[in-house]
Unconditional design. Structure first.
Length: 201
């Protein structure tokens, strides 16, 4: 009777394919998540570029200029409002992996508060010293700007959450949907709004 070790070696020689290293499921998931994240960023940039091309064709140049200035201000407010909360969520996720809802809900609430504060601070600044963007302090513009900043900050935080969860495909889905909705909104506004102002953009 052959020793157990000899039998194991013979089985390995008989089936060499079984001894080849295979990529762990976790590594495959990380790779898929990374590819989804990259594709999501590409979708966001591509659809955003298409949206601005359409806006430039449908609206007056001056109105597109005001809208682009407000969008740039919105993106700046989003980055300032994050305050590293998304990165902190990624760093602390392993400690809350069994039940991440409390971590993510706390982070989401925090960015909603900081996003609102950043938007209000910009509106005050625009009213005091930004002549070209003073239109933002009108009620309709102010409400739209506040909503965009809060929504943008929350969306960016959820991008960080998707990274922590290794669910980069969620970034692709969100950015694609938001991009298509933005394009659809521009097309609809051009038909429904009598005065094609920057608010429609």
């Amino acid at each position: 009777m052959k020793p157990t070790g000899a039998l194991s070696r013979e089985a390995g020689l008989a089936n060499p394919i079984s001894r080849l290293p295979t990529a762990p499921a976790a590594e495959k998931r990380v790779l898929a998540s990374g590819m989804g994240l990259i594709a999501g960023r590409v979708a966001s940039m591509g659809l955003g570029f298409a949206m601005w091309l359409i806006a430039a064709r449908l609206f007056e140049p001056a109105q597109v200029g005001i809208a682009s200035g407000l969008v740039s201000a919105m993106m700046l407010c989003v980055q300032l409002a994050l305050l590293g909360i998304g990165a902190a969520a990624i760093a602390n996720y392993p400690a809350h992996q069994a039940s991440p809802s409390r971590l993510l809900n706390t982070g989401a609430l925090a960015v909603v508060i900081t996003g609102s504060c950043a938007a209000i601070a910009f509106l005050l600044l625009a009213g005091l010293g930004l002549e070209e963007l003073r239109v933002a302090i009108s009620p309709a513009y102010a409400a739209a700007f506040l909503a965009m900043v809060v929504f943008g900050t929350l969306n960016t935080f959820y991008d960080h959450a998707s990274i922590a969860l290794h669910r980069g495909e969620q970034v692709l889905v969100r950015n694609t949907v938001f991009g298509l909705v933005s394009i659809g909104g521009i097309l609809l506004a051009s038909q429904l709004v009598d005065v094609r102002g920057s608010l429609a953009v």
